[in-house]
Design a protein around this ligand. Structure first.
Ligand code: ADP
Ligand code: ASP
Ligand code: MG
Length: 410
């Protein structure tokens, strides 16, 4: 078997942890498998590197993103070297690779690049020599050879994409919790580990704040049918398998509850209520790669209306500046912003066949006096925006209110 094992930041956070990783990889190899290891930077390292960069130059404009990637990618480069040395120290054989060295080719969207292709040849050569291949997560190179990174949490995507490219039998994602839970176990004490979850549900959970897997890793998994096993690097417990949807999954109304805290709300007051206005407002934002999520337009009064939408908090300043600059006439009565909000969501494929989930969600929040600022729904999720101070309370209330704390996890 060919096994890909990805270890996150906490799992390689100290020298002792790195030794543990080395032992686990060797043990897997000794069971007769080919082993490819993907590693993240040591925990806190990417934040430290990016903070250092900001100290030198805090201009957030996109022309500096190439250099940010040169800096941030070094965290993973250190990790692959250390893990390879640790494997050697434990009596194994290993070879480290940067993204560029095993030709992980991406587009040129620095800080959020997408993988286009992976050339498995160098990795196969190392495996053929009986070595463990240790590959840096989070990074690649573009066609010109520039170093790129895949967005925060991107080592998950490196792991699953490499597993897909090598046609690995499984991709194990080792992290600091026992698997994917019904809510973040660090926020919701009654959260339970889910044994099997569908790609669709995992995609929603990942995009709505459950950072245990980066969303693009789930997309890769789904597209190429990679079996993903999320589990703890601190014990040998069986974790969570991310798999194609199974019949009985629809019996469960809500699979999980998430919160996304990095959101902000923008309201344009007194927008002309005419055809083409929304297109005009959102064009400069999409051209600047700013992802607009929920949008609400009020009923118009005297030909003018208010328009509210959410953007990632980190893009708030840029979004407001862009609107002011490109559409000075747009918000006649001004622009209001609020960055102390969060988005709480319930997710489950069971919602397709069961009614009343939204109603119950609103009632549970109302009972706690939590005011809902915005609502959006799709086939398998309902999201609400509430004040940031209610983030944890809302998660717990919904989690327990939908009975996730006291029913056997599916
Ligand atoms: P790694 O460094 O291993 O990539 P991350 O910090 O990126 O780990 O992701 C693991 C964290 O994801 C957990 O510590 C947990 O707090 C958080 N998390 C959020 N939602 C969930 C969930 N539904 N199930 C499991 N973990 C979750
Ligand atoms: N080190 C990167 C980050 O902190 C990538 C990862 O850990 O997945 O975002
Ligand atoms: Mg992560």
């Amino acid at each position: 078997m060919l096994v890909v094992q990805k270890f996150g930041g906490t799992s390689v956070g100290t020298v002792d942890r790195i030794r543990e990783v080395a032992r686990r990889c060797i043990a897997t190899q000794q069971q007769g498998h080919d082993v490819v290891v993907i590693v993240s930077a040591m925990s806190g390292e990417t934040n430290r590197l990016l903070a250092l960069a900001r100290q030198v130059n805090d201009d957030p404009s996109s022309e500096h993103e190439r250099e940010l990637d040169v800096i941030a990618s070094t965290g993973e480069q250190v990790s692959v070297g250390l893990v390879s040395l640790a494997i050697a120290k434990e009596g194994g054989r290993a070879q480290s690779f940067t993204g560029g060295q095993c030709r992980i080719i991406t587009d040129s969207s620095f800080t959020r690049a997408r993988i286009k292709s992976i050339d498995g040849q160098k990795i196969h050569e190392a495996l053929g020599l009986g070595k463990i291949a240790v590959v840096a997560g989070f990074q690649g190179i573009d066609e010109e050879g520039n170093i790129t990174t895949l967005g925060r949490g991107g080592s998950d995507t490196s792991g699953v994409a490499i597993a897909a490219a090598l046609k690995a039998d499984a991709c194990e994602i080792y992290t600091d919790v026992d698997g994917v839970y019904t809510a973040d176990p660090n926020v919701c004490p009654s959260a339970r580990k889910i044994a099997r979850i569908s790609y669709e549900e995992m995609l929603e959970l990942a995009s709505l704040g459950a950072k245990v897997l980066q969303i693009r890793s789930v997309e890769f998994g789904m597209k190429y049918g990679v079996k993903i096993h999320v589990r703890s690097s601190f014990n040998m417990n069986e974790g969570t398998w991310v798999v194609p949807e199974e019949k009985q999954m629809e019996d469960v109304l809500v699979a999980g509850v998430t919160v996304a805290k990095d959101e902000a709300k923008v309201t344009l007051l007194g927008v002309p209520d005419k055809p083409g206005i929304a297109a005009k407002i959102f064009r400069p934002l999409s051209e600047a790669n700013i992802v607009v999520d929920m949008i609400i337009q009020n009923i118009s009064d005297a030909g003018r209306t208010d328009l509210t939408f959410t953007v990632p908090r980190g893009d708030l300043k840029r979004a407001v500046e862009l609107i002011k600059r490109t559409l000075p006439e747009m918000a006649e009565a001004g622009i209001k912003t609020d960055d102390s909000i969060c988005k709480v969501s319930v997710v489950g494929v069971g919602m397709r066949s069961h009614a009343g989930v939204a109603q119950k969600m609103f009632e549970l929040l109302a009972e706690e006096g939590i005011n809902i600022l915005m609502i959006s729904t799709s086939e398998i999720k309902i999201s609400v925006v509430v004040e940031a101070k209610y983030a944890e309370l809302a998660v717990r209330v919904l989690h327990d209110g939908f009975g996730l704390g006291n029913q056997p996890a599916k």
